[in-house]
Write a protein that binds this ligand. Structure first.
Ligand code: PLP
Length: 428
């Protein structure tokens, strides 16, 4: 596979950007080698600057649920752009998207749009603190909620890949208000709340973790978090930046029947344009400025092109589209497990809907500790062989792969053939 142009660009990029990238996990540190510079995408495929064609399971880290450059999404974004790229004033497309969100997720009684998932989670934490008058928050080891200071404690994702569980630059005084516990251990949460529940403003959780690779919540876990919050007057923030509109039209809350206090969104809600949102109980959201005293703002919040992208993409996600996505995703996950078994490589394929991870582990993977125990060397060998075979997976053991409605049976067949060769390479 030719990679000369990517290599040349990466050399230049390293001179311009820290580590050559504008977001850490893109640098391939978790698997080694040169990141591919992507020239364009179409449907389920991306094409790098050297002309290589890959089936894409990164999809910009999740947003592109209808694939790259869907003609309807393109058309609506272009239409919006013709009317003006930003006004800094209310505009009708905000209403259109918000109504669609509330229709699919009635527990989002009121919401606020912003421009990224990080903004959404940062604001949700502030709102929870402002509403409860408490300072502490509880998050879970390996859950990533964006790059905001209070949440960069035991975070997964790029932080995990780089082995920097706590970032320098986050004041210790701030970090001490972020309590952490293992994911999927409800007894530990109940114990902590029994000791200091009166000080905790909120629990924030990835309902299905994507940022340690995919970790599935145990039956009753999310319900238990909600009950604990209710008992102690804390809020439950379900971070649906990755899962929202992806694992079902109602996100993870819809899938598991949870009605949280606050929810955060990003990724799919913006279909590849910069969008985030937070919302939930009207009595809580009415404390946000200018209705209430808790400040939150953004120059580009509710940007019309971003609203158009999100709305047109979500409108395409009909029940039939989710069913198709489920079928393709199940076929891929089952095929990957079979291919690994055929090459005698022990793996765990964790999947919910169209997010999945192949963990190189003999044992079930259900929290950060069991994820960290995986064989990352094997993962790296597998990853590079897949890439050679024209399949672009996330370049880290600790990330989720995503499918879109543009992925076809042929894409899956191609991927499974490449994966079998890759498992053989990993077995060496
Ligand atoms: N929350 C979760 C669950 C995420 O997966 C991410 C990003 O990966 C974020 C928050 C942060 O979103 P953004 O990268 O848009 O700031």
């Amino acid at each position: 596979m030719k990679t000369e142009l990517s290599e040349k660009l990466f050399a230049k990029a390293k001179d311009l950007f820290p580590g050559g990238v504008n977001s850490p996990v893109r640098a391939f540190k978790g698997v080694g080698g040169t990141p591919r510079f992507i020239a364009r995408g179409k449907g389920s495929h991306i094409f790098d600057v050297d002309g290589n064609d890959y089936v894409d399971y990164v999809l910009s880290w999740g947003p592109l649920i209808v694939g790259h450059c869907h003609h309807e999404v393109m058309r609506e974004v272009q239409d919006a752009m013709k009317d003006g790229s930003s006004f800094g004033a209310p505009s009708p497309r905000e209403i259109q998207l918000a109504e669609l969100v509330r229709e699919r997720m009635p527990w989002v009684e009121k919401m606020r749009f912003c421009s990224s998932g990080t903004e959404a989670t940062t604001a949700a934490i502030r709102v929870a603190r402002g509403f409860t008058g408490r300072d502490d928050i509880l998050k879970f080891d390996g859950c990533y909620h964006g790059a905001g200071d209070p949440l960069l404690v035991k975070a997964g994702s790029g932080v995990e890949t780089l082995g920097l569980p706590d970032s320098p630059g986050v004041p210790a005084d701030l970090a001490r208000h972020t309590l952490t516990l293992p994911f999927n251990d409800l007894a530990a949460v109940e114990k902590l709340f029994a000791e200091r529940g009166g000080k905790i403003a909120a629990i924030i959780v990835e309902p299905i973790v994507g940022n340690m690779g995919v970790l599935v919540p145990r039956a009753g876990y999310l319900e238990g978090l909600l009950a604990t919050c209710r008992k102690h007057g804390a809020l439950l923030i379900i971070d649906e930046v990755m899962t929202g509109f992806r694992v079902s039209s109602g996100g993870a809350c819809g899938l598991y029947g949870i009605r949280p206090d606050l929810v955060t969104f990003g990724k799919v809600i913006g279909a590849g344009l910069p969008v985030g949102a937070f919302g939930g109980r009207a009595d809580v959201m009415d404390r946000v400025a200018p209705a209430g005293p808790i400040y939150q703002a953004g120059t580009l919040s509710g940007n019309p092109m971003a609203m158009a992208a999100g709305f047109s993409s979500l409108r395409l996600m009909t029940p039939a589209a989710y069913e198709k996505l489920e079928r393709t995703s199940a076929a891929l996950a089952e095929g990957l497990a079979r291919a690994a078994a055929a090459e005698k490589v022990p793996v765990q394929v964790n999947r919910v809907g169209s997010m999945l991870t192949v963990f190189f582990s003999e044992k079930p993977v259900f929290d950060a500790a069991s994820a960290r125990a995986c064989n990352t060397k094997r993962f790296a060998a597998w990853y590079h062989a897949l890439l050679e075979g024209g399949v672009y997976f996330p370049p880290s053991q600790f990330e989720a792969a995503f499918l879109s409605t543009a992925h076809t049976d042929t894409d899956v067949e191609h991927t499974l053939a490449a994966a079998r060769t890759a498992f053989a390479a990993a077995a060496k």
